[in-house]
Ligand binder design. Structure first.
Ligand SMILES: Nc1ncnc2c1ncn2[C@@H]1O[C@H](COP(=O)(O)OP(=O)(O)O)[C@@H](O)[C@H]1O
Ligand SMILES: [Mg+2]
Length: 296
């Protein structure tokens, strides 16, 4: 039997994957799997030549919100196993999934949801909620795209909300000071199991923790109570998944979930020795049994 071929799905600006995923590529080859990067919207990619596609750094999907689901549908029509599975990815495209997590008992950051095109007045919303310092972000987003810190009584906040609403539904949340003090936790789950956690902090004067915005990341052993809550959040979302990342802040000893990433999370593999190896093993296990298990 010939070796399995796996596409590690990336975007055109990093066609060779991001550095953090390189160990995964190597570990897959060690297991006899021919893994290679493939750019999701590159028309030259022959998706039918692969045995599976694992979405990694498709970090531009939110810029073309119709093209990405169309690409998912094409892969499904080919019968190509995709991880995470297309229905899970679809359910995670719009952050309104947070409402379902909340209904399932997960503590999420307080959020005011505003429909696209609505004539929403930011100051009125902030006054009604009693929030002076807040964050406006699109419901379909990645990498802090169109994400702004706003303050009650300042005009630039309304412009930020209008800008977000021109493109998608928007979310308004109180500014979480924990992002600046302790940082934002990310809990990484691979193959159904907890793998590792990191703590991410913004650079001075910013609130975005992403490395591309100057943020710092450190691996940390998570407080056990927080880990249990992160696991509950990962399990409360759509399943089955191969990988999941739960982001949130610690408040009063509890995790306040900001995001459950099931599409293309940065997995901080290079921060945790052995993580890339176990991720590769989990992919191999799914190649021999591609039928998703509802237990994952
Ligand atoms: N309520 C908030 N308070 C403070 N900072 C926030 C808040 N929401 C988001 N941020 C900051 O903006 C970043 C991006 O927001 P997030 O909800 O994670 O969306 P995405 O990662 O999909 O762009 C977060 O990592 C964090 O640094
Ligand atoms: Mg995020």
């Amino acid at each position: 039997m010939s070796a399995s071929r796996v596409a590690l799905v990336t975007c055109g600006s990093i066609p060779e994957l991001n550095d953090d995923d390189h160990p995964l590529l190597a570990e897959l080859w060690c297991l006899g799997i021919e893994a290679e990067p493939a750019v999701w919207d590159d028309p030259a990619v022959d998706w039918g030549s692969y045995d599976a596609a694992v979405i990694r750094s498709a970090w531009d999907y939110h810029l073309t919100p119709a093209a990405f689901p169309a690409w998912l549908a094409r892969l499904e029509a080919l019968g190509l196993p995709i991880w995470n599975p297309a229905p899970v990815v679809r359910a995670n495209l719009d952050k309104s999934y947070l409402k379902e997590l909340e209904a399932a008992g997960v503590k999420i950051a307080p959020t005011e949801w505003v429909k696209r095109g609505a004539a929403a007045n930011l100051d009125e919303i902030l006054a009604a909620r009693g929030w002076d310092d807040a964050v406006v972000k699109p419901a379909v987003s990645a990498g802090a795209f169109r994400t702004s810190r706003v303050r009650r009584g300042r005009e630039d906040g309304q412009a930020a909300l209008d800008d977000a609403l021109a493109h998608a539904d928007a979310m308004i949340q109180p500014f979480l000071p924990e992002i600046e003090t302790e940082g934002e936790w990310s809990f990484v789950f691979l193959g159904g199991e907890f793998s590792h956690a990191v703590l991410k902090s913004p650079r001075a004067g910013d609130f975005r923790v992403q490395q591309e915005h100057g943020g710092r990341t450190e691996r940390r052993e998570p407080p056990p109570g927080l880990l249990i809550q992160a696991r509950d959040a990962a399990i409360a979302g759509p399943r089955p998944w191969l990988y999941a990342r739960v982001d949130g802040v610690r408040r009063g000893g509890e995790l306040l979930v900001v995001e459950l990433e099931l599409i293309e999370p940065f997995l901080f593999l290079s921060y945790a020795p052995g993580a890339a190896k176990s991720f590769a093993a989990a992919i191999k296990a799914r190649l021999s049994n591609p039928r998703p298990s509802p237990r994952t």
